[in-house]
Design a protein around this ligand. Structure first.
Ligand SMILES: [Zn+2]
Length: 112
């Protein structure tokens, strides 16, 4: 049997499946590592709070210079549900990293 350039169709299918699984594992399903993952909040470059990703919670974050963000952790997902920054860009972001530049708030999901 002859193969051209090494990759057969089953090879490509396998690669595609692996890419999909790894992509979903990172973006959609923290899954197996859900309970070891942590949500770390920092304000103005300094540690502010740390919460487990596996426990639903809300956190009022006192941002830089009297500003506020409200963090929501639900079903292993992270989001900002309220913010008094002018651009509200943080409210459109999700894990693994949410940054609110005006309020100097950074929310990161890490597995350490
Ligand atoms: Zn913001």
């Amino acid at each position: 049997m002859r193969k051209r350039f090494g990759l057969t169709k089953p090879d490509l299918v396998l690669i595609a499946i692996l890419l999909i699984i790894s992509g979903l594992g990172f973006v959609q399903f923290p899954g197996a590592s859900l309970y070891s993952e942590r949500v770390t909040v920092s304000v103005n470059g300094e540690f502010y709070a740390e919460l487990p990703l596996g426990t639903d919670a809300t956190l009022e974050i006192a941002g830089f210079n009297g500003t506020h963000n409200t963090l929501l952790i639900k079903n292993g997902r992270v989001g900002v549900i309220a913010a008094d920054c002018p651009d509200k860009l943080c409210m459109e972001q999700h894990e693994p990293l949410i940054i609110c530049l005006p309020n100097r708030v950074a929310i990161a999901v890490s597995n350490d």
